[in-house]
Design a protein around this ligand. Sequence first.
Ligand SMILES: Cc1ncc(COP(=O)(O)O)c(C=O)c1O
Length: 454
Amino acid sequence: MTDRYANSRRLFERAKLCIAAGVNSGIRKMEQPVPLYFQRGDGPRVWDVDGNEYIDFQIGQGALLYGHAPAGMADAIAAQAKLGTHWAAQCELEIEVAERLQKLIPSAERVRFSNSATEVVLSALRLARAHTGKPLIVKFEGAYHGWADEGLVGFAPPPDKWGDAENPTRLHPSQGVIPGVLDTFVVVRWNDPAHLRRQVQKHSGQIAAILFEPIPCNTCCLEPVPGMIETIRELCDREGMLMIADETITGFRFAPGGAQESLGFVPDLTIFGKAIGGGVPFAALAGKVSAMQKIIEGTVIHAGTLNGNPLCLAASKWCLDHVLSLGDQHPSVVTALGQRLMAGLRSLADQHGVPMRPQGPGPAFHAVMLKSGAAEGPVTDYRDYVQRHDGPRWLHLRRCLLDHGVRAIERGLWFVSLAHRSSDIDEALQKAEPALAQHAREWLHLEAAKSTNS
Ligand SMILES: Cc1ncc(COP(=O)(O)O)c(C=O)c1O
């Protein structure tokens, strides 16, 4: 049998001899059967070095909201590249991008640009501590806010390390973290406003900010229960804490003004990444003048050689103009496509007896794969997710989907981009059918082999 991924395998073996572990972001090692190497992308499709074509729902981990290589964006970047990629100084483009953000997002009274959302998270937390003079940050259990020391506190802990439900662990998944960082966090369970209230009360007068992803897309697309976001806002107002929305994924995706528009709240600070640059390294901190004051007066340092470089600004300007041009149409089209894909996948899964339950708003959703005997119904928080989602089984299905030309994210997340059309969803479902059949067949054998061996 020919190996569908032979060229990727060859390149990965070569990469391991020069790139640490063969990849430039740890999570990419997860891809089965081998981390894939790509040659080109066009709209919702991408081609690997073996010539395999995929309908792409990984879409640059969500950064490619506009699809692969949109022509207008490529032209904007090329035109800017000819004029200069980097001046480490001011240019009118940065004002143009900032003004577009102000137009799209009412809470973006002032902005600062960076190169990644990880950096922006660090800026936001530093700013919050300086603004309030308080040391602690509240974050939600299991949540991912970038790969730096602070963004990973309490990220994805295994069940035997959870701690009791009242005091979730602050366990860090990495070695080498600055001593003491963990002590500056309070970890709270998502979708339990009463728990948040108790923890804020317990640490009253010590908390600088509540950091949250309005719809935790990294943790199963957990839509907030009624009262969750309102409680965050109310407690921040009452205690003088800053409300920091991490809209790295939700920004521009769930509404032109992000989740703060679709869910109807006004944060003090917002973190934007991914779709703000459409695939170039660009990110922004946005906030009310009052919350940004320490950066405005210069007592909180925010700097960076490549911040606001014209190459990325040209790309971002094109992206934001695209969002602005969609007007009321956004996100209804992408939501309808996503919901149709979710329903179609669910129906195919049912046909093949596969316990997959897509959940989420549509522009992003998570393919929950129920463990044997797990209860039905929407997953609501991190612990529920870990207890009911069968990660290895999903990874097996994901690999079968790849074999049939459909690409989703290793942890179960799917993104629908503005480049996907109705015909792409139809085709993805046609391709998913044999993938689900293959998965159902192979999984049965794997399970049977497991029980024979045990
Ligand atoms: C919610 C959230 N915050 C922050 C980040 C970090 O973004 P970046 O990888 O651009 O540093 C991510 C990345 O996936 C994210 O999903």
